[in-house]
Design a protein around this ligand. Structure first.
Ligand SMILES: Cc1ncc(COP(=O)(O)O)c(C=O)c1O
Length: 377
């Protein structure tokens, strides 16, 4: 169990990511650089195999980041100009950007107050003759109501693509995030539950043809021999995962379930400490009777006095964040959105992220709890 002396709690301690296992990481950097294999070499393939195995799917494709993973996944599946893709307003703008750059139209809808994730009824209500797909976003490491979402997709003949950037290893009804629909996309941005020392992402799928197309697209359209020849028949780009990141991620995926267990332990302590405070709305406890297994990428709670609570915690050296600046993606009016999503707006006006990662020491968790508790008389 982590231990130490300081109780100051930055929202995220970036340097601690490397310090955690500095010698091992330095060795990986040295071996990769000295070995001279930098792009699409063995480490990328080995990490892809480990990720596919972890998710229980046929294919994982290492990519430069999650945003490009989503964009390539949409293009590879033949999204056509004007196709509408329904997604939650409670999401990062990246998903909408991927839809836009693949030629589609992002249609944001409301969240459900039951789980703060996309509301299946709102999805159903937004379907038009132009709707082509649903893109659930598993925000904070909690999987959307995939039973209802898959049923809607089936009823209406829609594709399902998962933005699982925050949800590697999370489950719903025993099934892993990213494996319900046509494809799922993950982010390995440094602060993600499985993070590297830069940008990286991946797409997972069971579809052989889709996997082959995305593999080609990430490398300028090249075929399996990685050569750019006159046979190139698919428009591609450069969205490759670097070998260095793959080598780091290959090590880290071996420790990943321990990191999740620590996050869930911290979430359990927060839940126990805060559940008696009526002014707080909490996410579901880690141990629930529901179908979800939450990996707690973030611990996000809601409170009417959110800004005052935030100031109170800052005065006690406890860092917090209002996710995405307190705006759902439908609030990007400059990008053409005009939907009114009052439930989502209310959520963003009240929500706050507390420190949450596997490197938090016990006394830091205690300091967060004490900081929150002392705000309420
Ligand atoms: C929900 C969600 N989707 C997509 C992304 C984009 O991931 P990346 O930075 O790897 O492109 C993020 C990253 O923060 C995210 O949180």
């Amino acid at each position: 169990m982590p231990s130490g002396t300081s109780a100051a709690v930055p929202f995220f301690d970036w340097k601690a990511l490397y310090a955690e296992r500095a010698d091992q990481y330095a060795q990986i950097f040295r071996d990769t650089a000295a070995g001279g294999g930098f792009i699409l070499q063995a480490a990328v393939e080995e990490f892809e195999a480990a990720l596919a195995d972890y998710c229980g799917v046929r294919h994982a494709i290492g990519l430069s980041d999650c945003t490009n993973a989503m964009m390539l996944g949409l293009r590879a599946d033949g999204l056509r100009p004007g196709d509408e893709v329904i997604l939650p307003g409670h999401a990062f703008i990246a998903a909408a950007q991927a839809i836009h750059f693949a030629g589609g139209i992002a249609v944001p809808v409301e969240l459900s107050e039951a789980d703060w994730l996309v509301d299946p009824d709102a999805i159903r209500a937004a379907i038009t003759p132009s709707t082509r797909a649903i893109m659930p976003v598993h925000v904070n490491g909690r999987v959307c109501a995939m039973d209802a979402i898959m049923e809607i997709a089936q009823d209406h003949g829609l594709a399902v693509y998962e933005d699982a950037a925050q949800a590697l290893g999370a489950r719903f009804g025993g099934r892993r995030a990213g494996t319900f629909g046509w494809w799922g996309a993950f982010s390995f941005y440094p602060s993600k539950t499985l993070g590297c020392f830069g940008d990286a992402g991946a797409l997972v799928t069971d579809d052989d043809d889709l996997a082959e197309t995305v593999r080609a697209m990430r490398n300028h359209g090249a075929g399996p021999d990685k050569a750019i020849s006159r046979d190139v028949a698919v428009w591609g780009t450069n969205a490759r995962m670097d070998n260095l990141h793959a080598a780091i991620l290959l090590q880290k995926i071996g420790w990943y379930d321990d990191a999740i267990a620590r996050r869930r332990e911290v979430a359990g302590r927060y839940h126990e400490a805060f559940s008696a405070i009526d002014a707080l709305d909490l996410p579901p406890a880690p141990e629930t009777s529901g179908p979800g297994f939450d990996i707690f990428q973030n611990y996000e709670l809601c409170c009417d006095a959110r800004d005052a609570l935030r100031d109170h915690l800052a005065a006690r050296a406890v860092g917090t964040i209002v996710q995405w600046g307190g705006n759902g993606l439908h609030r990007f009016e400059g990008l053409g959105f005009s939907q009114s999503l009052p439930r989502t707006d209310r959520f963003f006006a009240r929500s706050l992220l507390l420190p949450m990662n596997h490197l938090l020491r016990d006394e830091q968790v205690a300091a967060v709890i004490e900081g929150v508790r002392s705000f309420f008389p």
